[in-house]
Design a protein. Sequence first.
Length: 244
Amino acid sequence: MRTLLIDDETHARHYLRDLLKLYPEIEVVGEASNGLEAIELTNQLRPDLLFLDIQMPVIDGFTLLSYLKTQPLIVFCTAHDQFALKAFETSAIDYLLKPVTAERLSLSLKKINREWEKITQVHAAWTRQEGLQTIVCQRNDGYHVFWLNDIQFFLKEGRYTAVQTETDGTFLTDLTLDYLEAHIHHPDFFRINRATMVRRDLIRHFHIQTHSTGALEMNGGQRFTISRSRLQDFKCWFLVQNDA
């Protein structure tokens, strides 16, 4: 799991990083020393797990959660026990008191691994022989499941895929665009370039550009390029589907 350590005390971050070296499933991808740094890093790196201090300058650990574009697993680490109830109200996985002991961290990692396994199994459970019918997504208010008919298009966004829905806005899924292309067998979806997959009935129009590429506009006004290598297949797919 890709992990961020967020604490305004340098020695606390380094101490926790050293303890986490014993767990090969944990990859510490960054550290933040205050809430502003934490928001920027989390939204940029989109980690799976945060070890998060509560009392920090400018923005505390609770407040920064509302600014996150994704919903990583949260483990609060603090020297104060009076925030425990509020922490679990935010759906935190665990609440660690400093100084964190190796034994207590081991118990926490067991909880984290169980939760991570559940999330992984959710994705697998929705995959059937007929292909993906629903997509498990996340946003700062938690996890959501959408049917393909709820989705307008998919966009590659780093190691994640952005999922644009018709009524609820944009979410993220851990499934890559390559995986989605291989496992969505629904005839209304087509990958038009390396970074984009669209739904046919929401395409307003398309045209051929110079250099043998194409361009299309969605009903919502979004414009995308059809790559040269996919243009001929796209025309066949689009025209056949519209004639059907």
